[in-house]
Design a protein around this ligand. Sequence first.
Ligand SMILES: [Zn+2]
Length: 311
Amino acid sequence: MKKPIKFTGIVMITFILMVGIFVVGVGAEGFRGNNEPPNDNTPSNNEDVSNHNPSKSPIQDENSSEGEEVIEIIGEVNDNPDEEKIPLDEGKVVFLTFDDGPTKLTPLVLEVLEEKEVKATFFTLGKLIERNPEILKETQEAGHSILPHSYSHDYAIYSTLESFYEDFYKAEEALTKALGTYPPPIFRFIGGSSNHSSFEYGGQSFMNILTADINEKGYYYMDWNIDSGDSKKDTNGNTIKDHVLEASEDKNLIVILFHDTERNTAMLEVLPEIIDFYKAEGYRFKTVEELSTEEIDKMIELRLINRVVNR
Ligand SMILES: [Zn+2]
């Protein structure tokens, strides 16, 4: 069926206006409060209005997807005494992030988080959201950040830009459908932005191309600076805990990578102790959706968001 040109024009203008409103919202307030109910626009066509120039970020060791680098926070005067708006570079902050759920383990993770009264961020898989929508709902009701990771978690998505976006939009769609709200434009790449798994699909420079492209589309991607190591084969609770505590020693701002995969009971066992450790060390717990625009900029500087991949 052919649509009249006039109608298409109106749809286009409406679309452009809606994208504009969406984008201005992110610019002004960070990610919070942008979860408008789903509508016809997709962020795939957002223009890059982030004003972030990741090419300014120092290019360091791109071989490490675990980002074990030391992070120094540059002091900045806090002119906003509002308790909720303490800047990232004031005191210590930890982002607990859980990838690859929702699974049957997720409710157990939620129990720990509730008991410890902390909020976390979940980078979810579309295929599992479709299988476990009630677990996702439970996560949402508990007030955690829920963001996309992938639909399939198959590294073959890194073959072409088309294969990546096909999977990515499917993940966003599954999330939007299950939550009834539109996810903010921040996600985590499978394997992280500097992964090597993409080499055998799209080649060694594929992540350069993909990260630049998705950045241009107005998306943000988040990596981590501590990998808990909980996805390693034959690991155990104590190994995970010891590694996390040691890796945290020299960091004031931490994004820690955990996995709420079904069999990851080793992580679950030590999660309460890890949270207690951060509390005792004076860290504040933050979720990704709580980030303000300035804080996003800070995390870009620190290469935790929109890290430039240059191979
Ligand atoms: Zn993953």
